[in-house]
Design a protein around this ligand. Sequence first.
Ligand SMILES: [Fe+2]
Length: 432
Amino acid sequence: MTYQTDRLRDLVAAELGRARDRTTLLTEAVDDGDLTRQHSPLMSPLVWDLAHVGNQEELWLVRDVGGREPVRRDIDELYDAFKHARSNRPALPLLGPGEARKYVATVRDKVLDVLDHAPLEGSPLVDRAFAFGMIVQHEQQHDETMLATHQLRAGAPVLNAPPPPAPAAPVTGEVLIPAGPFTMGTSTEAWALDNERPAHQADVPAYWIDRAAVTNAEYAAFIEAGGYDDPHWWSTAGWDHRQAAGLTAPQHWQRDGDGWLATQFGRTTRITGEEPVVHVCYHEAEAYAAWAGKRLPTEAEWEKAARWDPATGRSRRFPWGDDPPTAAHANLGQAHLRPAAAGAFPAGASPLGVHQLIGDTWEWTSTDFHPYPGFTAFPYREYSEVFFGPDYKVLRGGSFGTDQAACRGTFRNWDYPIRRQIFSGFRCARTA
Ligand SMILES: [Fe+2]
């Protein structure tokens, strides 16, 4: 047990370090002006995310788990995401870049000491290092948010990464998923968040699901066919939004003669037809699917395609099995700064041959964000419960900007159906 606990402490320390390395990369890639500026009213200044990451770490690990004295109780209110809308955060008396870096480093030093001494079993908060895992995921989630802020930032490119691998063989078409119950959600995943719990049976009628996400070329065909001009393909709310927001193409696209250019992290190039479309809102995804004679998958359909193993009937942690992702399985963790074409990760396919459910782009589902049967808010209501209801749609699978610590077959993300500054795409399904 001691050996296992020591291994768990080492794992937690490594995961905390990996998250901090990424935060450091994202916040040191720009100058102080770009750190404190607001690049979009939808986003916080990067320097707010930085100190907020440290503040959450202080609240949960230094004070709650560690029972230590506060580092900076005076700034709690500034970094409470529920107290200040993102658009108002630049006007707050935030810590400057130097102060924020010093603060997060001080908190981290204390947390590593807490980690050396805290019990990692017993209460649900510390059992199997849950609170540490929650904080690792929180920092990685903010890193993805900061990456989205980088995408909205104007100016010369500052982030670099190699292109994703090319497809081994192209992946097209659909797969039939037979009717029947499967286990959705989890009661055993150590660092699963409250909204992923508990495991329960979900019964899904037979359906077809696309083996790959909708590509830029496919989406461009929808535009060329007048998809943005025909309310027939759009829901009432979707058409209203399309009109009000003046949507004509995915965010960051611009016309270039007969084709399209897209800007990614300060670099503008012609779109790559085979890559998944990204930066579309729910309404756009829904309209495309209708035009294509299909629909978006429900959340249960997405998860069954990603986890259900027809040979054993059990649900896997990931499409490829229970092992954590490697670079061969999925495009995750900002290793590449764009989604990969379908077929680039054959080792990550599901048993039935559905590809790249994990990584590349978040995938819109048609399901509103609701609790699973038996849901219990943990460790606080504001993590998930206050967001349940018809205002949010569930997205699944993670993007190229999602770290593996915050991505698994059960992981649920949610956002407003009009949002597209996130790395969102989709795949289609249809009833069999
Ligand atoms: Fe947060």
